[in-house]
Design a protein around this ligand. Sequence first.
Ligand SMILES: [Zn+2]
Length: 240
Amino acid sequence: MPAANTHAFDQLHKLLEQLDRAEKMLELGPRRIAVAEKKVAAAQDACSAQKEEMQQLRKAADEVSLTLKTSEAGVAKHKQRLNDATANKEYQIIQGQITAAIAASGLLEDQVLNMLGDVDVAGEELSRLQQEVVTLQQKVVEVKAEVLSREPGLTVEIQRVTAEIAEVEKVIPGGEAKATYRRLRGAMGAAAMARMEDNYCSECNTAATPQDRVQMNMGEFILCRRCGRILYNPVQEADV
Ligand SMILES: [Zn+2]
């Protein structure tokens, strides 16, 4: 009965699609783990860069602090000289120097406070980045567990579908047709087959010739004249 063959082609295509999906899912697992691990590495790099930046900010703040101390020491020294001043003119000059040194110290003090504020902000950002590393590391653990838990099911499914395919692909006659099927399947997987939809190949939209249609209705092995895929009539609701 030709319809039986037509059903077998339809079934074969569905099984090949199922196998492709399961194999892709299985391959996806290690790729997902690699992506998650890459994110951890990127976050760790960001932490290192942030630590480096923090160290530089702290060093710069220390340097300005040192300048501030020198400036304050200068004020004390000028004040000492003021006590020792004898002439009025000298007194006024020193007084001017003290005023300038105090103003300079004030500016330096503001600068140091601002810089220490920057160090604090950088430290908060570092904490945030470190927390992110922990979160991403946790994510890797989760992804690994999920991938591992799915693997056995997918492996069993692949084995089962492969066995079913081996049974259903018997619909393809031996010799040249079988060799063509094996070559196409090896190269394209489930995409080696194409449904006929309203007389057109579902993959390349080429119309089937009347002769193709007759052969297809008889459940014969035919290839699309344009894209070379194995063409078949899909099972209609009414056929089932
Ligand atoms: Zn085609």
